[in-house]
Every structure is written in C-alpha cells, then in structure tokens.
Ligand binder design. Structure first.
Ligand code: ADQ
Length: 464
C-alpha cells in the first residue's frame, strides 16, 4: 500500500450527486464533504444530473468555490438501469428490509457494474500519488474492487448512508457475493449504526469465512477491512441559527395563520416508503380516535416532497397518502378544523427550520433508516426555554444515540398515538431535561466530528 502523508493527501470524494451548481449547500452532508475537499484542494466526482443520448466515458471537469469537480452524464438507459433500476429498485428496498419490493434484473446489474467501473477508470486517470479516496453510498459498492483490479493501491474508504440489512435479506440479492467482494475491497467501511456493523460482520463471518483481527478489523479474502461505526451528525450551530432567520420567521408566521392556537405536530420527510408515512397517518388517526378532547386543538402537518417518482412504488405511495389524508380529514375534520395537512412539496432549509421551531411535537417514524437527520435538525432548532418533543422510531439509526426521545414502534398506531398524547402533555421541566440531553448529544457528535472520525481512521489505515 502507498504511504501518503495525511497532511499532504488530496481527497477525492465520489457520490452519485455532488453539490456542484447548488447555491446554498443545504444538506449537512454537502457541507461536510465540501469542507473536507476544500481543505485538501480536493476533487468531487459524481453524476452531473444530466441525461444525454450518448454515454460520457470521460468526465468533464469544473471548479466552484475552491473545489474541483469531475462530472459525468448518464444515458437514459443508464439512468433507468443503474439509478432507478439497480440502485433504487434493488439495493434501496433490500437494504431497508423490503425484499418484497426488489426488482431483480440482470440487465440492471450489468449497467450497475459498468457505471462503477467507469467511475474507477476515471478515478485512476485523475488520481495523483498521494490521494485518498472517499466513496459514498450504495450506488458505488464496487468502485474499490475495480480500482484494485486496475492496479491502484490508493487508500479507499466507503461510507454507507443507509442501513446494512440482516444477512438473510442481503443474501436474497442474486449478486450478493459480487457486491460484498466490492465492499471488502475498501480499506475502511463506515456504517451509521452498531446494528449495521453487527449485520455486516455476521454476513462476512457466515458467508465469507472472515475472521476478526480486532474489535474493528476483519480479515477476509487476504485483506484487512476496518468496519467503522461512524454515525453521521449535522451542523448544529448553523441549523440553530437558521431557525431564527428572517425566512424561518416568515414560514412560522405563515403556518401560524393556519394553526391559530392549535398545537402543531410535524413530519418532514422525503416521500419514501422507508419513512413510514402511511403508518404515521394511521397513528394520527388513532390519536384522533383515542383522544377526542384534542379535536380542534391539534393539527398534524406532514411535509413530504415526492422523490424517485419514476419508480412504481413511489407512485403508489403518493396515491396511498392522498387517499389516507382525505379519509382522515373526512372522518375527523370539522367546519373550522383540518386534522391532517399533507404538503407534497419541498421547502427551503430556512423554512423547514422555522416549522421545526414552531412544532410542539416532531414525528420521525421511519420503518428503517440509516440515521435520519430530521430528528437531529428538529432538536437543533428548538427554543431551550420551551422545547418541543421528538417522537422517534426505534428503527432509525438515530435511535441508538437519541435515547431521550420518545421511542416508538412505527408499525404500531397505538404507540404513535400514545406518544403524541404524552408529548403534548409533557411538563416543561421534563421537556427541557430531555431536550438538553439530546442537544448535548448532537453537539458532541456533529458533522465535523463525523467527518474527522472517518478521515482519521482512513488516514491511519493508509499509513500502515
Ligand atoms: P435521506 O433518506 O434523504 O438520507 P434524512 O436523513 O432524513 O433522509 O435527510 C433528509 C434531509 O432532507 C434532511 O436534511 C431534511 O431537512 C431534508 N428534507 C426532508 N424533507 C424536506 C422538505 N419537505 N423540504 C425540505 N427539506 C426536506 C440518507 C439516509 C438517512 C441518512 C442520510 C445522511 O436515508 O438515513 O441520515 O442519508 O447520511
């Protein structure tokens, strides 16, 4: 292995979407990767977001605010087979425990392999001797394997933003052995939760005969792989400040006009079946059923911008939510009260922060989630003197860290309903105590902590 001096290493980040062309690098992840790249004069490789008729084997280079980019286009077929197909109709559902939704198709896997290879080829072309590579997420499980086959021994780390499934679910993917050979070609594999590390370890032991060298390093196929538990955080300070910005106040005022003095229960999610939205709606229906004295006093607003609409399951979800919201409002609503408001659109980061700040309760109830940043963002934006309450799914990676939230089983309408009732009647002292503990947690393990934790291990591993 090469012996780069960490201080002089340039970072190459690879992710399907980059922050190129975005005015405000809204997501915490974009900021974290951007900062890491900027301080090392780094390079960010990814998809341009454009679809062209002809494949672009060579990436085009660009520069923005001190960060270099190498971007490729996909053809329509590549977009369908690689992005919508293999990445989002096989890996996404299976990794979220929804093997029943997976659409296995050899052609899609072939394109997935080709795109991963293309990224590896371009990395080899663009990399310099001391570079360190950091690959993000399930779109690129195989990049390191191709890098190794092409003779590159550059240190290469991988971070999985979504859960790693239990071994049986992973084995349900016909190409699971190919995928794992890709994953173990990385020097460091970062995972969100302890449960993800345990699942991957179990699979490696059962299927690949891997042996632990230490608590964190596995020996498999003659290579050492560092399995790093590395839960992603957010930029807490920046998010807290955002909550009191002009745009945040304006969003608060707008929703207050509608809310009047009613309590706001809020949900903010991409419209995705992993986020447990129909179950959450049913949970709120149960709440209105079980606590009739709350009628007219509480409304639930769910903000859910549609995503991946070209995938059938996402279209069905939209129809299901449309029907559920209509039914619940029909059943419980009144002349002057709408129990559920469901807004199928995105809002600016500042506006979302303003909504969080106004909410008495935030419902974060995914059926499975790698981490879930909404839970952390909600805590970051609260008024310390009158904080709201977080209701959090036990199956979000965030639940491992955020034990002072009200933890619920997202499949149980009763647990959701009772947690909302408990949150709404929680005494101020208890709210403050829970919030303070959650806030201290997200502050100490924030986005900078996450990035440094990953890079420290990657640099250390590569120096050996
Ligand atoms: P996602 O599945 O996209 O991320 P999440 O962590 O909740 O999920 O992040 C969503 C982001 O989008 C948040 O920053 C949120 O503020 C924003 N957002 C959601 N709805 C919005 C709306 N209506 N308007 C504006 N903004 C909205 C994947 C994994 C997660 C993991 C992250 C980071 O699935 O488990 O936490 O990556 O690793």
């Amino acid at each position: 292995m090469t012996q780069p001096d960490p201080a002089s290493s340039r970072l190459i980040a690879i992710s399907n979407r980059t922050a190129f062309g975005t005015k405000s690098k809204a997501g915490g992840l974009a900021v974290a990767v951007w900062d890491a790249l900027k301080s090392s004069n780094g390079l960010w490789m990814g998809w341009s977001g454009k679809i062209y008729d002809f494949p672009s084997n060579r990436f085009s280079e660009a520069e923005q605010d001190g960060v270099n980019f190498a971007l490729c286009n996909y053809t329509k077929t590549e977009y369908e087979d690689f992005y919508l197909g293999y990445s989002n109709s096989v890996l996404w559902p299976v990794f979220h425990g929804r093997v029943d939704l997976a659409k296995f198709d050899d052609r899609n896997f072939k394109t997935y392999v080709e795109i991963n290879k293309r990224f590896a080829e371009n990395t080899v072309d663009l990399a310099e001797a001391n570079d360190v590579i950091w690959v993000h997420d399930y779109h690129f499980l195989l990049v390191a394997k191709f890098l190794r086959e092409m003779g590159s021994s550059l240190p290469c780390g991988f971070f999985l933003h979504i859960p790693f499934p239990n071994p049986d679910a992973f084995r349900s993917i016909p190409d699971h052995k190919h995928l794992i050979e890709g994953l173990i070609s990385y020097d460091v594999v970062g995972l969100q939760g302890k449960r993800d590390v345990a699942n991957l370890k179990m699979y490696l032991e059962q299927e690949m005969g891997a042996e632990p060298v230490s608590d964190t390093v596995m020996r498999v196929n003659g290579r050492s792989v560092f399995l790093l538990h590395c839960p992603i955080g957010i930029d807490v300070e920046s998010f807290s400040q955002t909550a009191t910005s002009g745009a945040a106040l304006e969003a608060r005022n707008r929703i207050s006009t509608f809310q009047r003095n009613r309590s706001l229960v809020l949900g903010v999610d991409r419209m995705d079946y992993s986020k447990g939205l129909p179950q959450r709606f049913e949970g709120m229906a149960k709440f209105f059923d079980d606590y009739p004295h709350q009628h007219g006093k509480v409304s639930f607003t769910q903000v859910a911008p549609p995503s991946r609409e070209m995938v059938d399951e996402y279209m069905h979800l939209r129809e299901e939510l449309d029907a559920l919201a209509g039914r619940i409002n029909g059943d419980y609503g009144d002349l002057d009260w709408i129990p559920i408001r469901y807004l199928a659109r995105g809002y600016a980061r500042e506006e979302v922060a303003g909504l969080y700040r106004l909410a008495e309760v935030c419902l974060v109830t995914p059926l499975q989630d790698g981490m879930n940043l909404v839970a952390k963002e909600f805590i970051a934006t609260q008024d310390p003197n009158d904080p709201g309450v977080l209701v959090l799914s036990k199956f979000a990676g965030a639940a491992e860290q955020m034990k002072d939230a009200l933890l619920v089983n997202p499949h149980s309408p009763t647990e959701i309903s009772d947690a909302v009732a408990k949150a709404l009647s929680m005494p101020l002292e208890e709210r403050k105590k829970r919030w303070q503990s959650l806030f201290d947690g997200i502050m100490s393990e924030d986005i900078t902590w996450w990035r440094e934790r990953f890079m420290t291990v990657l640099n250390a591993v590569s120096a050996n």
